[in-house]
Ligand binder design. Structure first.
Ligand code: ACO
Length: 320
């Protein structure tokens, strides 16, 4: 048993903040940010919530797929920047769209979140636990970045992406994924310190901390390797893949993966110049963009790859 993607959706907050806008409020420049990352602008929420963006992406994906909310068996929502610890974001989406038969849960695997959530959907399909599912990646990173740290805050943005998937045994799906907690301190966010009747602590939650060079080294080593692993499992040559939809962290990481795999960069669509790094939302936002442009035909082979905090990585091969 495998899955088929029936429809996609995405949502980006209306307000766009360019590198030049950032340079007006901090010591940075468009040249510094763009030359190191490929990022030129990001969408920043002024009044959108994490769940609210997820709902907008979900409605669009449901509309395209022709699936009614009551038909959904599960909603898997990947985020590290949810509005509340409980109810989870997936339950917020359930309420807003009327998916009263769905089992709803959030997952957190940072930038690998959407691929992990899709992997969970595959596992539920294989176990006959669910047929139709909503898989969402959504982040409001603007509320968790440290705006006084110019080396990290310029990298991130807000947005949501979503796919409606259905169990389908006519298609193949292969997964390669992993985690390395040993390297976890390279990218951290939101530490919750003890605060109870024995320990008094009024420090705010910690914001994003990143050792950029450590994360870079991890990404350029891990991404080509996990892609090669998934292709080997699938028994498919790298040229047969129409698109490699990679997490949009940094253009240099994507260029390096294409080079190591000896593939044309045209196979690696990018939108990070406009959207920046939206963590778990970046893969589904980009997937929706490709789909909406009509670039995917049924049967096309695609690879999606997420990597980041944890440290985590996940790659999925599937047939459109
Ligand atoms: N504007 C101008 N100057 C800056 C800025 C900025 N926004 N940020 C840092 N600098 C300065 C530093 O202060 C430093 O100055 P100094 O030499 O006088 O001390 C200089 O630029 C170099 O700083 P580094 O941190 O060494 O910059 P580096 O070349 O490593 O680039 C970057 C930083 C872009 C983050 C890089 O490490 C990288 O691409 N890392 C990959 C990690 C990544 O993409 N993370 C995204 C989140 S994780 C994920 O999604 C997988």
């Amino acid at each position: 048993m495998s899955i088929r993607i029936l429809g996609t959706g995405s949502y980006l907050p209306e307000t766009i903040v360019t590198n030049d806008d950032l340079a007006k409020v901090m010591d940075t420049s468009d040249e510094w940010i763009a030359s190191r990352t490929g990022i030129r602008a990001r969408h920043i929420s002024v009044d959108d919530t994490t769940s609210g963006m997820a709902v907008k992406a979900a409605k669009e994906a449901l509309k395209e797929s022709g699936v009614a909310p009551e038909e959904l068996d599960c909603i898997f929502l990947a985020t590290l920047s949810g509005d509340r610890a409980t109810p989870n974001g997936a339950c917020d989406v359930q309420k807003a769209i009327g998916a009263r038969n769905a089992v709803c849960m959030d997952l957190n695997a940072a930038c690998s979140g959407f691929v992990y959530a899709l992997t969970t959907a595959v596992a539920y399909a294989k176990a006959a636990l669910a047929k139709k599912m909503l898989v969402i990646g959504v982040e409001t990173l603007s509320k968790v970045v440290d705006w006084s740290d110019r080396s990290s805050c310029v990298l991130f943005g807000d947005g949501a992406g979503c796919a409606v998937v259905e169990a389908d045994d006519s298609r193949e799906v292969f997964i390669d994924y992993g985690s390395n907690g040993e390297l976890g301190e390279a990218l951290t966010c939101g530490e919750r310190k003890l605060n109870n009747l024995l320990v008094e602590n009024h420090e705010p939650l910690e914001q994003v901390f990143m050792d950029g060079q450590e994360v870079y080294r991890f990404a350029v080593k891990t991404v080509p390797r996990t892609i090669e692993n998934v292709l080997e499992k699938a028994g498919v040559s790298k040229d047969e893949i129409k698109y490699y939809v990679l997490h949009q962290a940094n253009k240099r990481i994507i260029d390096s993966a294409a080079k190591r795999l000896k593939l044309d960069i045209e196979k690696f669509p990018m939108n990070l110049d406009r959207c920046s790094n939206t963590s778990s939302a970046s893969v589904p936002i980009l997937l929706d963009e490709i789909n909406k442009k009509g670039l995917l035909e049924r049967g096309d082979k695609i690879v999606m790859c997420g990597f980041g905090g944890g440290l985590t990585w996940g790659t999925i091969y599937l047939e459109w």
